[in-house]
Write a protein that binds this ligand. Structure first.
Ligand code: GAL
Length: 408
């Protein structure tokens, strides 16, 4: 199916007589840290002589993506939209609804500057680049509240096992040992982290990327399912919905730990907390040197208005420019998609992430490894597990195998 249609483009006159093209950019960045980060893109785009019309959709990706997709398929497209690295936009691209950025990417040498190459590969379908990647978010982190452990009279854990050991004392001190919000993807993130941290990057690749069912039955994954059971016990009593509400509990010391992607750093930054002093960040739950190459990319619906088409290209170029990469990623807590930028201002956690990216194991993020449908099923299975104490780890394992089989 091929499609092209008109976006309601507004061309406004600026004081200097220069014409600015407005384009609406949809995304799900509504927490304090996220909003501060995306404002950097808006500022840089406006400085290019265009006008960013902010289309923030609250409620995280699980809520925003269906809205974005139905606007595009329903012929009411935005000028540009966020999706995660991976397969979320694949059907839209295959339906001919999204424009290729291949010419811009070639002209500007994206294949030479984007690192690691797998990030740009996630944008590529049939040899054409369909998105501009804007960051690398490792989803494999444990965030700890130093104040919570101090209150419980404990040292800050160095890894997942130490957090598990600290849980009874945290409970005695009235502190939630592990906080997980009710959005299904947050529960999915927990299993993803436990596979990487407890079973290691090789098994992670076998299970999620290769969909190897024997590995799911193996001894390493048995330990992962035990840890999943423990995570459910530690998180019992979590009474929050959004991920940033959970991070707020780490910030105010009412919870000990949160398993979350490195976008959590944006919240610590807004709260003026300092890594190492107020909070602690442990890649791969402190159990190894592993990052996942998740993150965000912007896609551009096809339009037949040359002014919009040009503004889309300007926006793609702005987003991947060294200046915007630094300004945006420092506020977002993510790592830039290019290695040739100045990161002197990076905090301790970003430095740890960059170090692991350079020297550690790199695994695919869930959205890269699984199709959009399988990824949703994975998250739904996990939120069910966390909310139903009578669901066994055997049930979870059987569910996981079904999903992997479906996706093979
Ligand atoms: C992810 C996205 C991040 C982050 C998070 C929570 O899907 O990659 O940028 O903001 O959602 O909203």
């Amino acid at each position: 199916m091929k499609a092209s249609f008109l976006i309601g483009a507004t061309v406004t006159c600026l004081a200097g007589g220069v014409q600015a093209t407005e384009i609406e950019v949809t995304h799900w960045w509504t927490s304090g840290g996220e909003a501060a980060a995306v404002a950097e893109f808006a500022k840089a785009f406006d400085a290019s002589g265009n006008k960013w019309v902010d289309g923030a959709i609250a409620g995280s990706g699980g809520v925003a993506r269906p809205v974005m997709i139905s606007r595009i398929t329903g012929r009411d497209p935005m000028g540009a939209t966020q999706f995660n690295h991976g397969q979320q936009a694949q059907e839209l691209v295959e339906a001919g609804l999204m424009r290729s950025l291949e010419e811009v990417a070639q002209a500007d040498g994206w294949r030479d500057v984007v690192h690691p190459a797998s990030i740009l590969k996630s944008c590529e379908i049939d040899g054409q680049i369909y998105c501009v990647p804007v960051n690398i978010h490792s989803q494999l982190w444990l965030w700890l509240s130093n104040a919570a452990f101090e209150k419980a009279g404990l040292p800050v854990p160095k890894d997942w096992n130490e957090l598990v050991a600290a849980a009874p004392k945290l409970r005695e001190a009235g502190i939630q040992p592990l906080v997980i919000g009710q959005q299904p993807w947050q529960a999915g993130l927990v299993l993803q982290n436990l596979i990487a941290a407890v079973a290691g990057p090789e098994i992670y690749g076998k299970v999620l990327s290769e969909k190897n069912l024997e590995a799911v039955d193996g001894p390493e994954m048995a330990k992962v399912f035990e840890a999943l059971q423990t995570a459910r016990e530690l998180s019992t009593g979590s009474n929050v919905q959004e991920w940033n509400q959970a991070t707020a509990m780490i910030i105010n010391g009412t919870a000990g730990g949160q398993i979350m992607g490195d976008w959590a750093q944006g919240e610590f930054a807004i709260a003026e907390q300092v890594a190492g002093k107020d909070y602690t960040c442990l890649p791969a739950l402190g159990m190894g040197e592993i990052v996942s190459t998740g993150g965000d990319a912007f896609y551009f619906p096809k339009v037949d208005d040359p002014a919009i088409t040009k503004a889309q290209e300007d926006l793609a170029r702005v987003m991947i420019s060294p200046e915007a990469q630094v300004a945006f990623n420092l506020k977002k807590g993510s790592m830039p998609v290019r290695g040739d930028v100045n990161l002197d201002a990076a905090n301790d956690c970003m430095r740890k992430g960059l170090d692991v990216l350079a020297n550690g194991a790199i695994v695919e993020a869930q959205d890269q490894a699984l199709s959009a449908d399988a990824s949703t099923q994975f998250n739904d299975l996990m939120i069910q597990f966390f909310n139903q104490p009578d669901m066994t780890t055997e049930d979870a394992k059987a569910g996981l195998k079904d999903i992997l089989e479906f996706d093979s």
